[in-house]
Design a protein. Sequence first.
Length: 172
Amino acid sequence: MTSIRRANALDAEMLTELARVTFWDAFHEHPKNAPEDMAAYMAEAFSRETVAAELADPKNIFLLAEIEGEAAGYAKLTIGAIEEGITAERPIELNRLYSHQRFLGKGVGQALMDECFAAAREQGCDVMWLGVWEYNPRAQRFYEKNGFRFVGSHVFLLGSDPQTDLLMQLEL
């Protein structure tokens, strides 16, 4: 059974490792992702210092999914973040939602998504939005199944590689 809890400063090291592993597993085999761009992005985005600073920022909400005490996935939300093309008065961005490969298909992603919706409503947000890589159809289908719709695109810089993320939003 999946349990979800809010992460705190004591989770920084575990969350750093979980973020590295899940991002690497999700994207390293795609031919569009050069190893040096993956390494550069991960070194910046998933350093212990970066993760600890993000955990300490009150605008961020980190949710951890655990199965039998083992980290199975996580989500990161940012209150008030907005991007051109997003229509909201009180937005929240779903920055990340990742499951450990060992737990894919076990409901971890959906459990995290449901808790993200609850956290967003608790914060009084009217819209949740996200950017999803144009070459990640599995994630796109997951978000569409959860009610998100496409509203535009933006550039996501993976190392030195400008990639296209599709913007999706959901009215809460």
